[in-house]
Write a protein that binds this ligand. Structure first.
Ligand SMILES: [Zn+2]
Length: 254
């Protein structure tokens, strides 16, 4: 499977491209910004986009969706519980001082248990509310890989003080859904590590810092053991065992 992680936009959203090597069919998850860079990354491997997916409807995860959808003709997906957040995009832009984004049309609703296919690969949708009502995680079947969106961060969990955030729901999503994944699972969280520039010995884990509002214990959060990818943009967390794995995808043209 082809896997690329591009850190896009001022908030360094992890935009993830997954594709089937044989059919070149791809999915793009969270095209937050830098549409041209995402299109270049797709063109470099002659990938055809089958679906544009969102882990949730925060502006830093949807900023390039309209342009990418126009350029590729691919359908766009979002969980219905984030519809209001999606419609509040202009307010989100004002809140963090970004230009008003082009309106994004959502073609299909994501639901818990849905399976998204691309070539011979597939991934399942887990509804993991808390960071936002319609937050989802994608679990790639057979790859032991999870794209968690902002449910998990490098060294912590997603904030719950934004509109629709719910700390009890977030803790429940992590405990009941993500801990429930069998065995070790690599997790690509929703944003580039805030700690990536900090020099650290290889394989030295970053100790998690817990946002007090999440209601989870330090020991629980410490199960997310993070190692920064030195020159790359992907940050990978390993759930459960504490053994971390690193995926490095150098930023193209950066
Ligand atoms: Zn978010």
């Amino acid at each position: 499977m082809i896997r690329k992680v591009l850190s896009v936009g001022p908030l360094q959203c992890n935009c993830v491209i997954l594709a089937d090597e044989a059919t070149r069919e791809a999915v793009v998850v969270d095209p937050g910004d830098d549409a041209d860079r995402i299109l270049m990354a797709l063109a470099a491997d002659r990938l055809r986009v089958a679906a544009i997916l969102h882990t949730h409807a925060h502006i830093d995860h949807m900023g390039a969706t309209a342009k990418l959808a126009q350029a590729t003709g691919a359908p766009t997906y979002l969980h219905a519980d984030d519809s209001l957040l999606h419609h509040l995009m202009p307010q989100q832009a004002r809140m963090i001082g970004l230009a008003n984004p082009e309106p994004v049309r959502i073609d299909r609703a994501l639901g818990d248990g849905d399976v998204i296919k691309f070539g011979s690969h597939s991934m399942s949708v887990l509804h993991t509310p808390g960071h936002s009502p319609g937050s989802v995680s994608f679990v790639v079947d057979g790859e032991r890989l999870c794209l968690s969106g902002d449910t998990l961060f490098d060294g912590g969990v997603g904030r719950t003080d934004l509109w629709g955030g719910d700390s009890a729901a977030l803790a429940n999503s992590i405990r009941a859904r993500l801990y429930g994944l069998a065995g070790d699972v690599e997790v690509i969280p929703g944003a580039r590590s805030r700690n990536h520039h900090r020099p650290r010995a290889p394989h030295q884990p970053v100790r998690a810092r817990m946002p007090a509002s999440a209601g989870m214990t330090t020991a629980e959060i410490a199960r997310f053991c993070v190692i920064p990818a030195h020159e790359g943009v992907a940050k990978v967390v390993c759930v459960r065992s504490g053994r971390a794995q690193v995926v490095v995808e150098p930023a193209r043209g950066a």
